[in-house]
Design a protein around this ligand. Structure first.
Ligand SMILES: [Ca+2]
Ligand SMILES: [Ca+2]
Length: 476
C-alpha cells in the first residue's frame, strides 16, 4: 500500500488527464482516514507499518577497518548513508554505551568509567539509568525488544534490566580462554570457546528477528569483537596473517613535543610495533565474524520480507589507537579514538550516499525514538539524525560537537567541521586544523588566532555543562 508516491505508470499519461477517477477518490478517502487515525504516511516510509530497528554496536573498532568488511559495505553502506564525521562523545566502553542507550552526554548520565563506583553495569543500575533507555521506551510503545551481547563492563548475576523482552547478554569475565557466560533471560549459561561468541550472537539475533516478523521490534546486537583478546571464528583465523599496520602520519608520530605532557612518550619500540601489528590482525580477523553476522542478519531480514521496513544502524562504542601518536589506547581525544563508523540503511534512506555533518552516539536514542514513534528517554542531549537521512538534508546543522572524558586525566573539547580543540585537566591545550592536518600531528594552540581561540573556548564553556535543548542551541 503506497498512497503517496504511486508508481509512475499510474500517474503519467492519459490516466492523469482524465481528472479525478474512482481510484483517486479511493486514495483520497484512504488518506483522510489515515490522517484521522494519526498515521498518515510521512516521507517515503509507510507509517502504518511501524519500522523495525536493528542496532549493531561493536567494541573497540577503529573506523578505518570498515573497508575490510565487504558484507557490511554491500548490505548497509551501499544501501544507505555513511557518515564521515561520526563521533563517540566519550570514547570509552561504558560511558559510550550509556550514551547510546539514553541519548545523554557522560556529564549528564554520570557513568564516567568502566569500573564500579564511577561506572560499569552497577553504576548504570544504581543510578536508575537502566529504567529509561531506548529499550524501555520502545517496549512501552509496543515494540518487541531484544538485547544480544555486551551490555556494560562488570555485568553479571541474574538481573535483567527492564525493557528487554529477550535478553541474551555476556556475563562475567569475557577474557577466559576456555569458555564464556551468557545471561539468557535470567538464566546463566556457559558456552565453550569452540562455539564462537560472535556466531552465537548472530544465531540468537536471527532467531529473534525471524520470530517477530509480524510485529515491530528493536534488536540491539552488541558484539565483544573486535575487543581483545581476539576470538575470530575458526574459518577466519588466518584471514589476515601477517597484515601490516596502517602507517599514517599519525603512526609513531615523529615529534610529540607539543602534545599534552601526560601523553608524551618515547617512539614505539620494535616490540611494541609487533604487538600492535598482532592486535590489528586480531581485530581484522574478529571483524570478519562481525561481517558474517551483519550479512546473516540482513539475509534473514530479506528472507522474511522485513528488510525494506527495517532500519539497520552500525557503529562502535569507541575507536582504538593502534600506534597513532605513539599510543595503543582508547579514551584519547584523537580521531582514531573518537571516530566511529556510522552506517544507516532503512525506509526512505537514500542508497550509497555519504554525509559530512557532525553527528554522535548521543544522537542515536532520539533518532530511534523518532523513527518508531516512541518517546525518547527523558531529556536527551542529542538530536534526531532523520533530516540527514533524506535525499535533501538541511543546509545547516550543528557546528560543534562536545567531546569529553573523565578517566585518568580529564579532558573536554570540541570537534567542529574544521578544528579539534581540547582542554586538558592541568592546563594543557590542543588545537588541530583538521583541513590542513587531518592526522593531528601539529598542535597549533600556541600560535592560533586569538579570535578563533575565544570562539572555541566560549562554545566549549557553554557545552561542557549543557543539558538537552541547551546543548542543541549551543552547538549552533
Ligand atoms: Ca569499547
Ligand atoms: Ca591470524
Amino acid at each position: 500500500m503506497n498512497l503517496v508516491s504511486r508508481p509512475k505508470s499510474e500517474t503519467a499519461g492519459h490516466d492523469r488527464k482524465r481528472g479525478i477517477t474512482a481510484a483517486h477518490l479511493l486514495s483520497l478517502t484512504a488518506l483522510v482516514l489515515l490522517g484521522l487515525l494519526g498515521c498518515a504516511p510521512s516521507g517515503e516510509t509507510e507509517a502504518s507499518e511501524r519500522p523495525n530497528v536493528l542496532l549493531i554496536v561493536t567494541d573497540d573498532q577503529p573506523a578505518a577497518t570498515v573497508r575490510h568488511m565487504p558484507k557490511l559495505r554491500e548490505t548497509v553502506g551501499e544501501r544507505g548513508v555513511s557518515f564521515g564525521r561520526a563521533y563517540l562523545t566519550d570514547p570509552l566502553c561504558c560511558p559510550s554505551r550509556a550514551t547510546i542507550l539514553t541519548g545523554k552526554y557522560t556529564h549528564n548520565h554520570g557513568v564516567t568509567n568502566n569500573h564500579h563506583r564511577k561506572g560499569g553495569a552497577r553504576k548504570f543500575r544504581e543510578e536508575g539509568l537502566h529504567r529509561d533507555t531506548i529499550g524501555t521506551r520502545l517496549g512501552e510503545a509496543g515494540y518487541a525488544t531484544g538485547y544480544f551481547g555486551k551490555w556494560m563492563n562488570g555485568y553479571e548475576g541474574r538481573h535483567v534490566p527492564p525493557g528487554w523482552g529477550r535478553w541474551f547478554a555476556f556475563s562475567g569475565n569475557l577474557n577466559r580462554p576456555d569458555s564464556y557466560e551468557v545471561n539468557s533471560d535470567g538464566r546463566q549459561r556457559t558456552f565453550p570457546r569452540e562455539q564462537n561468541e560472535t556466531d552465537l550472537l548472530g544465531e540468537e539475533a536471527e532467531d529473534f528477528v525471524r520470530g517477530h516478523r509480524n510485529e515491530p521490534w528493536l534488536a540491539v546486537v552488541a558484539t565483544h569483537a573486535p575487543h581483545g583478546p581476539y576470538w575470530p571464528p575458526e574459518r577466519h583465523e588466518d584471514s589476515f596473517d601477517g597484515v601490516k599496520l596502517p602507517r599514517t602520519p599519525a603512526f609513531d608520530e615523529d615529534d610529540v613535543s607539543t602534545k599534552p605532557e601526560a601523553y608524551r612518550r618515547p617512539p614505539l619500540s620494535g616490540k611494541e610495533k609487533r604487538k600492535l601489528r598482532r592486535a590489528y590482525e586480531g581485530k581484522l580477523e574478529a571483524l570478519q565474524g562481525v561481517d558474517d553476522l551483519v550479512g546473516g542478519l540482513v539475509g534473514a531480514l530479506k528472507e522474511t520480507g522485513q528488510l525494506d521496513n527495517t532500519y539497520v544502524v552500525y557503529l562502535t562504542d569507541n575507536g582504538y589507537l593502534l600506534g597513532e601518536h605513539r599510543h595503543e589506547a582508547k579514551g584519547k581525544p584523537y580521531e582514531g579514538s573518537i571516530r566511529t563508523p556510522l552506517l544507516v540503511r532503512g525506509p526512505g534512506v537514500p542508497a550509497g550516499e555519504t554525509r559530512g555533518q557532525l553527528v554522535g552516539n548521543v544522537d542515536l536514542a532520539p533518532t530511534i525514538a523518532g523513527w518508531t514513534g516512541a518517546r525518547p528517554p527523558e531529556n536527551p542531549d542529542g538530536r534526531s539524525l532523520a533530516p540527514l537521512l533524506t535525499t535533501s538534508p538541511p543546509g545547516s546543522w550543528r557546528e560543534a560537537l562536545l567531546i569529553e572524558h573523565f578517566v585518568g586525566s580529564d579532558w573536554t573539547g570540541l570537534r567542529t567541521l574544521t578544528h579539534t580543540y581540547v582542554e586538558h585537566e592541568g592546563g594543557d591545550r590542543e588545537l588541530y586544523d583538521m583541513r590542513e592536518d587531518p592526522y593531528q600531528v601539529d598542535n597549533i594552540h600556541e600560535r592560533a588566532d586569538e579570535d578563533l581561540l575565544k570562539t572555541l573556548e566560549g562554545r566549549l564553556d557553554e557545552l561542557k555543562d549543557c543539558a538537552a535543548e541547551q546543548c542543541r542551541e549551543a552547538e549552533g
